[in-house]
Design a protein around this ligand. Structure first.
Ligand code: EPU
Length: 338
């Protein structure tokens, strides 16, 4: 086991924040992970995988455990469905591309989402009308305290909009080691309802899209709107879209008749936070090394040398302005490490 000291985490978080890990170890096997968890000499452990949904605001005074568990396999199949097991350290988008190469459907709308397989359930990743929970069967997770492996089925994960048990009750208690997804081998269920997908397909003259066409459309839309973390540091949507009650919505829409919204149910309405942030004048604005992306106001960016605190301060300013202007609280989607 190679435990290193004072390692920069700049290349381990998509925001590209340059903080240091006091200790750092890479994990490629389950037994090795168990052994690391047992190490009494390093009582504090901090788990990192793709680093795509975190904002690091200071050096990590702990043993940073980098999950690099690899492997994709078919665990069950019949004529119609296949269950695919992917280890936590696999890159999410590479798994999506692999599934398309096999002709398996279900992940195409989730193309090009940064991060690794193991973190996908934590925030129930979602895009263009599909969420992980729609294809999720189960995951295995190791309890940090005991090193024991436990299984969580779909229900046990308590999935919600960018939420799961791993962000709430079970926060910090488990390390997800693998995920099983149920995908279609034929009669794929296509989700083209999301406006921009329909437009993208129409522009290409595609009337009967394949799962690959949908993936290509999603990739094109994401590339046109969202910054590539390998070019400019970011963590995707920084905030969640706020959900407000009908009473609050009625007031809001009277004052802002042109605002976009989605009806969640009879009493709940979701307002795109990107619109709220844009209305407050932040879109494309730069504050030192931190900024708000010019094409999607929900995405905060690091122009190169931003500290986590600079990004955090900007996010707080945005929250305050949105609160003042619209009386709506927007909450970070990103896990802020203070
Ligand atoms: N909008 C603006 N200004 C902006 C951004 C958006 O007015 O700067 C408006 C758009 O015009 C549109 C609405 O807001 O009417 C929705 O925008 P978009 O379709 O871009 O989606 P979003 O609600 O801003 C969510 C997810 C994204 C996901 C897209 C597509 C959240 C927090 N974000 O964004 O997820 O890719 O839908 O499904 O739910 C992520 O989580 O990291 C992420 C990128």
């Amino acid at each position: 086991m190679n435990i290193q000291e004072n390692i920069s985490l700049k290349n381990h978080n998509t925001f590209g924040i340059d903080v240091k890990a006091r200790f750092f170890v890479e994990i490629t096997g389950l037994v090795q992970l168990q052994k690391v968890l047992e190490l009494k000499a390093y009582p504090k452990k901090f788990i990192i995988s793709g680093g795509s949904n975190m904002l690091l605001t200071k050096d990590i005074d702990a043993l940073v455990v980098h999950i690099k568990l690899k492997g994709i396999s078919i665990v069950e199949e019949n004529e119609n469905f296949v269950e695919v097991k992917a280890m936590a350290g696999e890159n999410w988008h590479e798994l999506v591309m692999w599934s398309l190469d096999q002709g398996f459907g279900g992940l195409e709308n989730l193309s090009l989402i940064p991060g690794n397989v193991g973190t996908a359930p934590i925030q129930n990743i979602g895009a263009y009308g599909v969420e992980l929970k729609d294809v999720f069967v189960s995951c295995a997770a190791m309890e940090v305290k005991t090193g024991e492996l436990e299984g969580f089925d779909n229900e046990a994960c308590e999935f919600g909009y960018r939420e799961s048990i791993f962000k709430n009750k079970a926060k910090g208690k488990y390390i997800i080691t693998s995920v099983v997804l149920k995908l279609t081998k034929k009669d794929h269920v296509l989700h083209t309802g999301y406006g921009s997908i329909e437009n993208e397909l129409k522009d290409k003259g595609i009337v009967h899209p394949t799962i690959r066409d949908i993936s290509d459309a999603v990739i094109a839309i994401r590339r046109s709107k969202l910054p590539d973390p390998t070019e400019i540091g970011n963590s995707g949507s920084f905030f969640k879209n706020p959900v407000i009650s009908r009473k609050a919505f009625d007031k809001f829409i009277k004052k802002n008749p042109n605002a976009p919204f989605y009806e969640v149910d009879d009493d709940q309405f979701k307002i795109p936070a990107g619109w709220l942030v844009e209305q407050c004048g932040f879109k494309g604005k730069r504050f030192g090394e931190a900024g708000v992306h010019e094409k999607q106001a929900l995405v905060l960016v690091n122009y190169g040398g931003a500290t986590g605190k600079e990004i955090l301060d900007l996010s707080k300013k945005i929250q305050e302005d949105v609160q003042k202007t619209f009386k709506i609280k927007i909450q970070p989607e990103v896990n802020i490490i203070k």
